[in-house]
Ligand binder design. Structure first.
Ligand code: ZN
Ligand code: ZN
Length: 344
């Protein structure tokens, strides 16, 4: 089978490799589409300790189950089904899982290798994290379940209530998905701060009140738009300490700040302790998701409640994998997918 093999920073080769075989309790998936994620891009640009080359990246996978080998009673999908696969699932038995913090599981079962014609789904992921894409839903859109699930986790950790005013810092693809998650959760108003004109225009088209923080004082604008009470939540969808600190200064009394964008190791936040004590501001963070968040994302997208498919701006064939990665890392694309095999 063909696979896009990552050979080190900046190097991706489409090679003929051995097709994997499903073991007992596993499934063989014929990949239809796989999204290029921020982590894939980081790995492609500068390497990643978790993905030493050579390896096949790709975890935002949608495909067709071509073989089920003696699937257990918990498996809800059948051969022939088009499925979206949550790339990792909790063990439901470690200390973190026992606390109910499934996204922090210490022993996740996981898949990787979506930029290839086939991959095997291990029994744990098959049972807990593999969901049939409902009829009528574009399988391409289902690649957005994974990033959307991260946003569903965030609006669960940092609850958005009906009528709230939410502020999102940054309108890259994750910021735009977060804007949609806030709307779906019931926010009456979503404020978005984004310096890039095209991204800001997209946020506005999606119903946000937008501002260019390089043109006006963000603090003054937020005070004016959100009123005396300030925003109920701030979602920091920019991976800088500066943005996180800005979130803490902008949130209303009693509000929450969710550090959603990943920060480089060693990043330190300077926090005005008066905001934490006198203003009862809550500082939190969200990373990853559970199968429940993934299923919620799929359900909301299938029903049309979350209308995000048009964030997919580019689809490349597997042969064009290098161009797909270059486009994704250029910052000019929103979501880039690779259509694998004969489906391009
Ligand atoms: Zn991802
Ligand atoms: Zn666990």
């Amino acid at each position: 089978m063909k696979a896009g093999v990552y050979q080190g920073p900046g190097k991706l080769e489409v090679l003929e490799v051995e097709r994997p075989e499903a073991g007992p309790g596993e499934a063989l998936l014929e990949v239809l589409y796989c999204g290029v994620c921020g982590t894939d891009v980081k790995t492609f640009v500068r390497g990643h300790h978790m993905f030493p080359p050579p390896c096949v990246l790709g975890h935002e996978v949608v495909g067709r189950i071509v073989e089920l080998r003696g699937a257990g009673p918990g498996v809800k999908v059948r051969e022939g089904d088009v499925v979206a696969v949550a790339p990792y699932v909790p063990c439901y038995s470690c200390e973190m899982c026992r606390r109910g913090r499934h996204e922090l599981c210490n022993a996740k079962g996981w898949i990787e290798g979506g930029f290839a014609e086939y991959l095997t789904i291990p029994a744990t992921v098959l049972e807990r994290g593999t969901f049939a894409v409902p009829d009528g839903m574009d399988p391409k859109a289902a690649c957005l379940c994974e990033p959307m699930a991260c946003c569903i986790n965030a609006v669960t950790d940092t609850p958005v209530r009906m009528g709230d005013t939410s502020l999102v810092l940054g309108a890259g693809v994750m910021g735009l998905l977060m804007l949609e998650a806030c709307k779906a959760a019931g926010a009456a108003r979503v404020l978005v701060s984004e310096p890039d004109d095209a991204r800001r225009a997209e946020a506005e088209r999606r119903g946000a009140l937008v501002v260019d923080p390089t043109a006006v004082s963000l603090n003054e604008w937020v005070a004016q738009v959100a009123g005396e009470a300030g925003p109920d939540q701030v979602f920091v969808c920019v991976g800088t300490a500066e943005a996180a600190m800005q979130g803490i200064s902008l949130v209303g009394k009693g509000g929450s700040v969710n550090v959603f964008g990943g920060l480089p190791g060693g990043s330190i936040l300077d926090v005005d302790a008066r905001r934490i004590h006198y203003d009862e501001v809550v500082l939190t963070g969200s990373f990853g998701f559970t199968p429940e968040h993934f299923r919620t994302a799929l359900g909301l997208m299938a029903s049309g409640r979350l209308d995000v498919a048009d964030l997919i701006t580019h689809v490349f064939s597997l042969d064009d994998a290098t161009r797909a990665f270059e486009t994704a890392s250029s910052g000019q694309a929103r979501k880039v997918l690779i259509a694998v095999g004969a489906h391009a």
